[in-house]
Design a protein around this ligand. Structure first.
Ligand code: MN
Length: 414
C-alpha cells in the first residue's frame, strides 16, 4: 500500500500586504485572507483524502517573529491536521530562523507544545514516522547558514565562494552519516529547505541573497532516497527529469510579488512506496496578478492609448500594476483621476509613469555623469526609484553591504 503525502512549501503568511487592502468587514489585510484561504485548501485536501503525512518545506512567515494574529492563523490551519490524526513535518526555512542563536525558530513552538504527530525539522536528523499505511523516514535538512557548520575564525578572510565550498565539505560527511543510518526497507524522503545549483529562480533570490549557499544536486540524488521534497524556490519545478528520485520544489502557495505573476501556484500530491514515487503538481486557484505595460511616447492621444491598454484585460479581483512610458511634454495630456477610475474594478493597483528620455542621459539623474560611483550609493538610488521593490529594499541593501564586506563587488569591478 502506498503512503499518501501532501507536500507544500513557502507559505509566507504575512507577506504581500502591499498588494492587498484592509477588508472593512474583518479589519484584516485581504492578502492575509488570500494566503489563509489557500493554505486551508491544502489542509482540506489532506483531510478529505486523507493524506497519511503532510510535509511542509519551510518559510511559514516573512520572518522569525510574526505578530501573534499571523502565528495564530498558521496554527489554526495546521492544528486541523493534528485533530485529524495526520502527522506533519515542519521544516525550518531561512525566513523562520532568528539571525542570532539557535533553537529560536518560529516553528519550534510546535515541539515545545508537543503537538501529537508534529515533527519540527530544525536540524539535520532523521524522523521515523508511523502512518496509517506504514512507516516512512524523513531526513530533514533545514536552511543552513555559515554559522550552522562553521565557526567565525574558519570563515574570516574567505570569499563567499570559498565559504560555500567549505560548507559543502562539512555537510557531505554529516549527510552521509545520516544516510548510512537509514532503514533500507522503508520509504525514505529527504526534506530540505535549500537552494540547489540547478534551480531556476524566483522572488527568493531577492529575499535571501547573500545569506545562504547553494547545494549541488548530486548530494541529493541518492539510491537510498525515494523522493526529495524541497522548499525555498518559489517557482514549482522538478530538478531531476529522470525522476529517480524526483527532486521537487512545489513553489510558494500564493504569489508573493509580481515576479511570480506568470507562475502557477500549488502543492504536490505524492504516492510513495519503497523505490517508487508517483507525484502530481496540483494547482491552487490563487489571486491573479497583472502587469499592464504600455509605451505611449509615440502616441498622438496618450490618454486613450493607456485606457485602451487597460481595457484589454479582465482586471476584476486582480492585483494590477500599470506602467506607462511617456515624454515629459505629454504629462499635461494625462488625466490621472480617469486612470484611477479605469483601474477601480481591480483588487488593488499601482500606477507608475516612466519618462522616456530624449537624450542619452543617465537613467537615474541622481547618479550624475561621473564615471566612478560607489556601488552601494548606486543601489540605493536605484531602489529609491523602484516602488515595486520597496518591500525588499532594506534586505537588498543589507545583502549588498554583506557582499561589499566580502569585497565581491570590487572583485567584479562594480
Ligand atoms: Mn526560503
Amino acid at each position: 500500500m502506498a503512503i499518501a503525502i501532501l507536500h507544500l512549501s513557502d507559505i509566507h503568511l504575512g507577506s504581500s500586504f502591499t498588494h492587498g487592502r484592509v477588508n472593512p468587514d474583518t479589519g484584516t489585510n485581504t492578502r492575509l485572507e488570500d494566503f489563509v484561504n489557500t493554505l486551508s485548501r491544502c489542509i482540506d485536501r489532506a483531510i478529505e483524502e486523507p493524506a497519511d503525512l503532510v510535509l511542509f518545506g519551510g518559510d511559514a512567515f516573512p520572518d522569525a517573529t510574526p505578530p501573534p494574529y499571523i502565528q495564530e492563523a498558521f496554527a489554526a490551519q495546521f492544528r486541523r491536521l493534528a485533530d485529524a490524526d495526520i502527522p506533519a513535518v515542519l521544516l525550518v526555512g531561512n525566513h523562520d530562523q532568528h539571525s542570532q542563536g539557535t533553537g529560536g525558530a518560529s516553528l519550534c513552538i510546535y515541539r515545545t507544545l508537543a503537538v501529537p504527530g508534529f515533527h519540527v525539522g530544525d536540524g539535520i536528523a532523521t524522523h521515523r514516522i508511523s502512518t496509517r499505511n506504514g512507516d516512512v523516514q524523513v531526513l530533514t535538512l533545514p536552511w543552513l547558514t555559515r554559522s550552522t557548520l562553521l565557526t567565525r575564525p574558519e570563515t574570516e578572510g574567505h570569499s563567499l565562494a570559498e565559504v560555500n565550498a567549505l560548507l559543502i565539505d562539512r555537510l557531505r560527511p554529516v549527510l552521509e552519516a545520516e544516510i548510512r543510518r537509514l532503514d533500507a526497507n522503508i520509504p525514505t524522503i529527504l526534506l530540505g529547505h535549500l537552494m540547489v545549483d540547478r534551480a531556476t529562480l524566483g522572488a527568493e533570490r531577492f529575499l535571501a541573497v547573500g545569506k545562504g549557499f547553494t547545494i549541488p544536486i548530486s548530494l541529493l540524488i541518492r539510491p537510498e532516497i525515494d523522493y526529495v521534497a524541497l522548499g525555498h524556490v518559489h517557482k514549482h519545478q522538478n530538478l531531476n527529469p529522470a525522476n529517480n528520485p524526483p527532486v521537487v520544489y512545489p513553489g510558494s502557495i500564493e504569489r508573493v510579488d509580481f515576479s511570480e505573476e506568470k507562475e502557477d501556484k500549488g502543492y504536490i500530491w505524492l504516492e510513495l512506496e519503497k523505490g517508487k514515487a508517483n507525484w502530481e503538481f496540483c494547482t491552487l486557484p490563487v489571486r491573479p496578478f497583472r502587469t499592464i505595460e504600455v509605451d505611449v511616447s509615440q502616441s498622438e492621444e496618450p490618454q486613450v492609448a493607456i485606457l485602451n491598454a487597460i481595457a484589454k484585460y479582465e482586471i476584476e479581483e486582480t492585483v494590477v500594476r500599470l506602467i506607462y512610458k511617456l515624454r515629459s511634454e505629454q504629462l499635461d495630456e494625462i488625466d490621472t483621476p480617469a486612470l484611477h477610475q479605469a483601474l477601480q474594478p481591480s483588487h488593488t493597483y499601482t500606477i507608475r509613469p516612466e519618462l522616456v528620455s530624449q537624450l542619452a542621459t543617465p537613467r537615474l539623474p541622481e547618479l550624475g555623469a561621473s564615471s566612478r560611483i560607489d556601488p552601494f550609493a548606486a543601489l540605493q538610488a536605484y531602489l529609491g526609484n523602484r516602488d515595486d521593490l520597496r518591500e525588499i529594499a532594506a534586505e537588498m541593501l543589507e545583502a549588498a553591504q554583506l557582499l561589499l564586506e566580502e569585497d565581491v563587488l570590487e572583485e567584479l569591478g562594480a
